[in-house]
Design a binder for this molecule. Structure first.
Ligand SMILES: C[S@@+](CC[C@H](N)C(=O)[O-])C[C@H]1O[C@@H](n2cnc3c(N)ncnc32)[C@H](O)[C@@H]1O
Ligand SMILES: [Zn+2]
Length: 491
């Protein structure tokens, strides 16, 4: 079978270009497919996600995807080198194909001929805007930071550098659709902006990182995955804004493939004023509470919101907010982001803080005593738990100040040291890798590409045998790291 496979591989590779989606690469087939099949068999039934492309005709989608792929494949060659062009170009081609078919079917349902207009908020590299515009949809993209690649598209692709702030001045009454493709902080605001832009405005969001109206979204309900919880939160936002929200799963290589679509409203146009009061109450109800209450649902939130400030009829909140801001505290990100993720701190300094905190948690045991697991697994010392304040009180002022200045603080450093620590509700513990779930796809790529901290530093060594530990037990196990796929926003 192996022989057959490799001969087929040689012949085929001469004839087609892998796009990583429809035609997987031979290495993927050889090294990853079996593991994936096994995982899908177990996970499939309980995933809780819609099946792929459930809202559009798969036939039409596949045809559109193939055509667009052919048409825009040239982009792969001219793509900036820092990112994987196949992944980025074909992902945007797939999203564009999906939207084009969704919109085509919408035109047919509504008996329209004019192509829908759109605004892509947080458009990044602008490729999606470029494709949709080139396919005849009038629209534009806005991003706080312009990209060099914007110059390549030509004047018919409208891209604007500017910060979007959710307020009364940031409305798009001319747009049929608002798009949020991995739009980060803007994601929960997109249904709100769409709802307030005009009664006919619809939205499409494809969320990736988890943001609430202000700051990071945090889940409390641990029965759901963080991803599922976040999608449910966005659905709740859309419903609170008066949309029928539907969900679909795109055919893209990314691990975050679920999109949410607000295609129609739940109320008649005449009820706009009272609906907007509900929106205001809902948004206010989330202030200072970046977590949906357990048993969440609109009913519960509306009840809670009844007591919220700014719930007066006909007003978007009673308290003073600058420039008609819909929720005080939202600050669009800066054009050039300051890096405060510990990446600028010297490795030695980070390692020392990690060791110091680990020793504290291990109850004063030296944590650099040996590299081989000692004693049975039962004897493995996980140490205790300390609050962030307790940990901070054990560190000197200079260290704390440096952390605050250059890395966003002690908590950020501990969270970034994910291999070693677990930080939950302000309590810090040593991570016990026996409790960790199956690694996600993207993490599997990184297996054995970093040294196991426990193998090197923990007095009892690593709690896992080498073949179960995702990290390398010694330099001999180290694999080269996969080519770094820089974040989309770097593009
Ligand atoms: C993760 S990137 C995604 C970019 C692009 N949509 C894509 O999928 O490749 C998020 C983008 O949102 C932009 N962004 C975030 N907040 C913004 C704001 N308030 N106004 C405008 N752009 C914003 C960032 O500059 C960044 O380009
Ligand atoms: Zn290990």
């Amino acid at each position: 079978m192996c022989i057959k496979f490799s001969s087929a591989r040689t012949k085929e590779s001469e004839r087609w270009h892998s796009d990583g989606i429809v035609y997987p690469k031979p290495t993927w087939l050889g090294e990853e497919l079996l593991a994936k099949l096994a995982r899908w068999c177990v996970e499939g039934r309980q995933s809780g996600f819609k099946s792929t492309l459930s809202l559009v005709s798969i036939m039409k989608y596949s045809k559109a995807y193939q055509e667009l792929k052919e048409k825009y494949k040239g982009m792969v060659k001219v793509w900036p080198e820092v990112t994987d062009p196949e992944k980025f170009v074909y992902e945007d081609v797939a999203i564009a194909a999906y939207l084009l078919i969704l919109w085509e079917e919408e035109r047919a349902e509504r008996g329209l001929t004019a192509k829908q207009s759109f605004v892509d908020l947080g458009c990044g590299n602008g490729l999606l805007v470029h494709i949709l515009s080139s396919e005849g949809h009038p629209g534009r993209g806005i991003d706080v930071r312009r990209r060099n690649i914007w110059d390549m598209y030509g004047p018919q692709t409208h891209l604007e550098e500017g910060a979007v702030t959710p307020n009364d001045n940031t409305l798009f009454p001319e747009a049929d659709w608002l798009i949020g493709n991995h739009s980060d902080e803007l994601t929960p605001w997109i249904p709100v902006i769409a709802a307030r832009s005009s009664y006919h405005c619809r939205f499409f969001v494809l969320p990736c990182c988890f943001f609430d109206f202000i700051g990071k979204y945090q889940r409390r309900q641990s029965t759901k995955t963080q991803y599922r919880g976040y999608l449910d939160f966005l659905t709740e936002v859309g419903s609170a804004c008066g949309f029928h929200v539907v969900e679909d799963c795109l055919r893209i290589p990314s691990t975050k493939r679920v999109c949410l679509i607000g295609k129609s409203r739940t109320y008649p146009a005449a009820a706009e004023a009272s609906m907007d009061e509900q929106r205001t109450r809902y948004i206010s109800s989330r202030r200072g509470c970046p977590v949906s209450p357990p048993g969440e649902g609109l009913g519960a939130l509306e009840a809670a919101a009844g007591h919220a400030p700014g719930a007066q009829a006909g007003q978007r909140g009673t308290e003073a907010r600058p420039e008609g801001l819909w929720l005080s505290g939202f600050h669009p990100r800066e054009k050039a982001e300051r890096v405060r993720n510990c990446a600028t701190l010297p490795r030695d300094f980070i390692d020392q803080v990690v060791l110091r905190v680990a020793r504290l948690l291990l109850g004063g045991q030296r944590s650099d005593a040996g590299s081989a697991p000692r004693g049975g697994v039962e004897a493995w010392n996980r140490g205790g738990s300390l609050s962030l304040a307790e940990v901070a009180s054990e560190l000197d002022r200079e260290t704390l100040q440096r952390l605050k200045r250059e890395c966003g603080g002690l908590q950020t450093l501990l969270r970034n040291s994910h291999q070693v620590f677990q930080v939950v509700n302000g309590q810090v513990r040593i991570r016990d890798w026996r409790e960790e779930k199956l690694w996600e796809e993207k993490e599997l790529e990184a297996r054995k590409t970093r040294i196991c901290w426990f193998f090197t530093h923990h007095p009892d060594g690593c709690v896992l045998p080498s073949d179960c530990c995702p990290f390398a037990h010694g330099p001999r196990e180290l694999r080269p790291a996969p080519a770094t796929r820089k974040k989309r926003q770097l593009l």
